[in-house]
Design a protein around this ligand. Structure first.
Ligand code: AMP
Length: 121
């Protein structure tokens, strides 16, 4: 898999506002926040998309949610609620091909998440 922006953040080759790190995962603020709180939780293992998750990745994928919930509690928005979402491929809105859990909080979220005007090829 080619080196993505997020591998460079893991390797400290480009700067990021890092909120949490352990041996398996990293969390950092999204550079273009879509809510009052918006950060990304990524595995250190470079998995390109949800479609590329292997059975042996079960633990690390679960771990991303544990990190999201830990930060939600520590940052004080766990009880009012938040959205944790992973986009996959172009129709899912994925732009960086290193999986990442978006964590959005601080205001009520709308549903459904798509726009009727979205163009389909
Ligand atoms: P996605 O569209 O689901 O692939 O999400 C990629 C996210 O990465 C977007 O929300 C971007 O704003 C965010 N992003 C891109 N570059 C950076 C960066 N250098 N630091 C933090 N977030 C970034």
């Amino acid at each position: 898999m080619s080196d993505t922006l997020f591998s460079k953040i893991i390797n400290r080759e480009i700067p990021a506002d890092i909120l949490y790190e352990d041996d398996q995962a990293l969390a950092f603020s999204d550079i273009n926040p879509q809510a009052p709180v918006h950060f990304l939780v990524i595995p250190k293992k470079p998995i390109a998309t949800i479609n590329d998750i292997e059975p042996e990745d079960r633990e690390v994928i679960g771990h991303l949610y544990l990190v999201a919930a830990k930060l939600a509690k520590e940052m004080g928005f766990a009880e009012e609620g938040y959205r944790a979402v992973m986009n996959c491929n172009p129709y899912g809105g994925q732009t960086v091909y290193h999986i990442h859990l978006h964590v959005l909080a601080g205001k009520p979220m709308g549903w459904p998440p798509y726009q009727e005007t979205l163009k389909t090829p």
